[in-house]
Design a protein around this ligand. Structure first.
Ligand code: ARG
Length: 287
């Protein structure tokens, strides 16, 4: 939006980098993976027979938390609940915009109890504008908030009806995007906001119509390739300057650096065995 339009004479010859030099200090909610296991399979990444190393997952999660704190972000914690091995994926717990908390309602019975657990955290912590959802939705896993629009995924987890429910409760325009590749079952596995007005994404995760919508909304988006997507490189968290991203997403890291972002690589390989990366472990509390 700060780019010169074609009608305005410009002396600039090289395109401007995507990073605009602004960063925001954020408040995140996280859940230590104390009960983490891979004991059921609700996405193609999960293999109960292969299992996962909980101690390693905890170490990787602690590094993610330190990375945020090192960048000056505030991290709050929700108490992990025994028997909810995926509760570490806090992004799915709610969508919080301007202090309004739109609760989650999970698609799979295995995670159903997480919705009320997260809502209760917000109520106990003084949030009084809370909406218990009527429709299936997995919080920030499928809702990504930019300055003027909320992008919403559907196709695997979140119901289309939840998009309009969220729009009505939050008073912000919600744009539907259709996910078509089961490996990228949540929107946040295929796209992340670079700042309030631009995104990075892997086009192959979206239907043709949704790819067109993304091209129209974000003509200057960073396009990631399949190699970056299959290590969950798009499951990243940007504060506008720094991008916390899976270390193995080497192509995406180079693109981000070229565009003026500072890359903060993290190793989330153990949590990826449940289909999660840094963003999945992170619920942003806005306002
Ligand atoms: N095993 C979890 C599930 O399938 C992973 C959730 C990842 N979270 C996310 N925001 N993409 O529900």
């Amino acid at each position: 939006e700060s780019r010169p339009s074609a009608a305005v004479p410009s002396t600039a010859t090289a395109p401007r980098p995507a990073a605009d030099g602004r960063r925001t200090t954020k408040h995140f909610l996280m859940c230590r993976p104390e009960h983490f296991t891979v004991e059921y399979a609700i996405n193609p990444w999960m293999d109960p027979a292969a299992g996962a190393d909980r101690e390693k997952a905890i170490r990787q999660w602690e590094e993610l938390r330190s990375a945020y704190e090192g960048l000056g972000h505030r991290v709050s914690l929700i108490e992990p609940v025994e028997g909810l091995p995926d509760m570490v994926f806090a992004a799915n717990g709610a969508l919080v915009v301007e202090g309004r908390v739109y609760g989650a309602r999970f698609k799979h019975a295995e995670r159903a109890a997480e919705g009320p657990a997260y809502l209760e955290w917000f109520v106990r912590n003084g949030f009084d504008r809370v909406h218990e959802p009527a429709f299936t939705n997995e919080g920030e896993g499928d809702f990504l908030t930019l300055d003027h629009v909320i992008l919403a995924g559907t196709g695997f987890r979140t119901d289309l009806a939840a998009h309009s429910e969220a729009q009505e409760f939050l008073g912000r325009p919600v744009v539907t995007l259709r996910l078509v590749d089961p490996r990228f079952y949540h929107l946040d596995t295929a796209l992340f906001p670079l700042n309030g007005h631009n995104v990075a994404y892997f086009p192959g995760a979206f239907s043709p119509g949704s790819q067109e919508v993304l091209r129209r909304l974000f003509p200057h988006a960073l396009i990631a390739d399949e190699d970056d997507a299959v290590v969950l490189g798009l499951n990243a968290v940007s504060d506008g300057t720094h991008v916390v991203v899976n270390a193995e997403a080497t192509g995406l890291r180079r693109t981000l650096e070229r565009e003026g972002f500072e890359v903060v690589p993290v190793d989330m390989s153990e949590l990826r065995k449940a289909g999660g990366g840094p963003k999945c472990c992170t619920l942003e509390i806005r306002g």
